[in-house]
Each structure stands twice: as structure tokens, then as C-alpha cells.
Design a binder for this molecule. Structure first.
Ligand code: GZL
Length: 321
């Protein structure tokens, strides 16, 4: 009796010891599922939807408890969501910041709460870049330059261009404009005759294009849209004005969503510069590294590539978004 009693005491002791080792140790932090808050911009475009799906799918794959917030395009809603994530004591926060400015106060709160912040897809302007762990995004200036170079070749360096801008104050809108203007600056006969925001929305692109076609008519020979959704809206407006998009008016945009490839196959869109939205795997790699306190690069640049009608048919079936 005595011997077996001691044996069972020993096994209980071992179990208790191993629990203590795991419970209070870093292993414990890795053992329990992470809780991550994701403050998304909204659902303004097909690109945005693809990004949301990528992050949600990766969170599910990694058994993360993901708290999702759709800000309907409003920064105040994003800030409210981040404050709520902090109050809930999440392990990390992912933000796709709708605009570049206004983030310091809430990011200081996250820093005080020792909650790492990973930025995806759009950058921010802060005086202290320790307020976020890393940014995973495309180089929007380069995208604008690629669009300009492609257009210059297509129109033999001569065009009167309507520019459809993205959301005012958003990094992609600011930098795609900067890159495109730099790109066409080498060609004196390539002029932006009008530039207006369609807020990255298809409806916005259509409305702005309708108004600018009424104002400039046949003077417009090309459109540069900061995203495919606005380009597809502009294509509708061009058709409704009795013109052939892709022929009478050359249309160039950014994102590389499925709808853009379909429009290139049908000859209505001429070129799209891909901006990959499938950021889920990289975002959660960064989250896990940030939680472990690992040093991350301030920015990871997602590689982009231009597609046009010459390649659209071959690649459309393999497009992932
Ligand atoms: C780019 C992203 C932009 C897309 C748009 O990283 O922020 O916002 O180009 C989306 O389609 O609305």
C-alpha cells in the first residue's frame, strides 16, 4: 500500500510541476490561442474585400481569435475600434489605416498597453515610428510610375489625361499621384487635364468620369485611375457617352483585381498595375514576431507588376483575387 501511494503522489507532483512550468512560462503565451484585433478600412473595393478575406482566412488557419472591425471608410471608427481592442487586452492589433495622419494618440495608448501594432497596405505619418512594429505594403509611388511609363509607350508620349484619385489623405492616393506625375514629367505632351477623387469606389469613378466627359468631351484621350474599381466605373461612363473605352480613351489603373483582367480581355481596360492584397500570411508572421519581441523591418515592400491586354488572357485563370 505504502509503495503505490508514494508512486501516485510522485506522478501527481510531476503533473503539477509540468503544469507550473507551462502555465507561467513563455510557452504558455504560445500555447493559448492569440487574440488579435483587425481594424479594416471598409469594403469600398474588390481589392479591399480580397485583403479582408486573406487576413480572416489566415487568422482561421492559425487558430487566432480575430476581432474584426469594418470602419465604413471613417478614421474615427477605426480609432474607436483600436481603443476597444486595447480595452479588451488583445495580444496584437492589425490596422489598414484609412488615411496617413491622426494616429499618434491611439498608437501611444497601444504602446502604453504593450500591445504591438502591425500596419498593412497603407502607411502613416508619425513623429515616432516605434509606435508601430512594421508596415507591410506596396510601393505606391512605383505603381504610379509603372502606370505612367506604360501609358507613355501606348500613346506615343502624347495624351490629355483624366486622373481619378483615391480617398483624399490615403497613402495610396497621395503616392500613386506622386509617382504618376513624376513618370509623365519626362513627356511634355502628356498632360493631366483634370484630377478628382472617386474615393476608390466604382460609383465614384463613374460619376466623376461622367462629369469630366461632359466638360472636356473629345479632349480626353486617356484615364489614369488609382484603382480598378474606379476604372471600371469610368469605363461605364465612357461607353454611356458613346465612346469605346480602351480604344477612343486609353484606360490605365492599379490593383489587378479579377474585374480588371476581365475588362482587359474584353478590350475595355488597357493596363492594370498589380497591388497584391493577399497580405494575411505576412501580417500574421509579423504579429507572431512582434509578440515575441523580435525586431522587425519598418517596412516590407510587396512586389508589384504591370499587366496589359497582351498577357491578360493567359493569366486570368490563375488570378487569386
Ligand atoms: C492599396 C489599398 C487601396 C486599393 C484600393 O494598398 O489601400 O485601397 O488600391 C483600396 O482598391 O480601396
Amino acid at each position: 500500500m505504502k509503495k503505490s501511494f508514494i508512486t501516485s503522489l510522485r506522478s501527481v507532483g510531476m503533473a503539477a510541476l509540468s503544469y507550473a512550468l507551462v502555465a507561467g512560462s513563455p510557452l504558455a503565451a504560445m500555447a493559448k490561442p492569440l487574440t488579435v484585433g483587425f481594424a479594416q478600412v471598409g469594403a469600398e473595393s474588390a481589392w479591399r474585400t480580397a485583403e479582408t478575406e486573406s487576413i480572416k482566412a489566415e487568422g482561421t488557419k492559425r487558430k487566432v481569435n480575430l476581432k474584426f472591425s469594418d470602419a465604413q471608410g471613417k478614421q474615427e471608427n477605426q480609432i474607436k475600434a483600436v481603443k476597444s481592442f486595447i480595452a479588451q487586452g488583445v495580444d496584437a492589433i492589425i490596422i489598414a489605416p484609412v488615411v496617413e495622419t491622426g494616429w499618434e494618440p491611439v498608437l501611444r495608448e497601444a504602446k502604453r498597453a504593450k500591445i504591438p501594432v502591425v500596419l498593412v497596405d497603407r502607411g502613416i505619418k508619425v513623429s515616432d515610428d516605434s509606435l508601430y512594429s512594421t508596415l507591410i505594403a506596396s510601393d505606391f509611388v512605383s505603381e504610379g510610375k509603372m502606370a505612367a511609363e506604360w501609358l507613355a509607350k501606348k500613346v506615343n508620349e502624347k495624351a490629355s489625361i483624366v486622373e481619378l484619385q483615391g480617398t483624399p489623405g490615403a497613402a495610396p492616393a497621395i503616392d500613386r499621384k506622386k509617382g504618376f506625375e513624376a513618370g509623365i514629367s519626362k513627356y511634355p505632351a502628356m498632360k493631366i487635364i483634370a484630377s478628382q477623387s472617386g474615393d476608390f469606389r466604382r460609383s465614384g469613378g463613374k460619376e466623376v468620369m461622367e462629369a469630366l466627359l461632359k466638360k472636356y468631351g473629345n479632349e480626353v484621350t486617356a484615364v489614369y485611375a488609382h484603382n480598378d474599381d474606379m476604372a471600371l466605373g469610368a469605363i461605364q461612363a465612357i461607353e454611356e457617352a458613346g465612346k469605346k473605352p480602351g480604344t477612343d480613351v486609353v484606360v490605365v489603373s492599379v490593383d489587378g483585381v479579377k474585374g480588371a483582367f476581365e475588362a482587359m480581355v474584353s478590350g475595355k481596360l488597357n493596363c492594370t498595375v498589380e497591388c497584391n492584397p493577399l497580405l494575411g500570411p505576412m501580417a500574421f508572421d509579423a504579429v507572431e514576431q512582434a509578440i515575441k519581441g523580435e525586431k522587425l523591418p519598418k517596412k516590407t515592400v510587396v512586389q508589384d507588376k504591370a499587366y496589359d491586354q497582351s498577357t491578360a488572357k493567359d493569366v486570368i485563370a490563375s488570378r487569386q483575387y
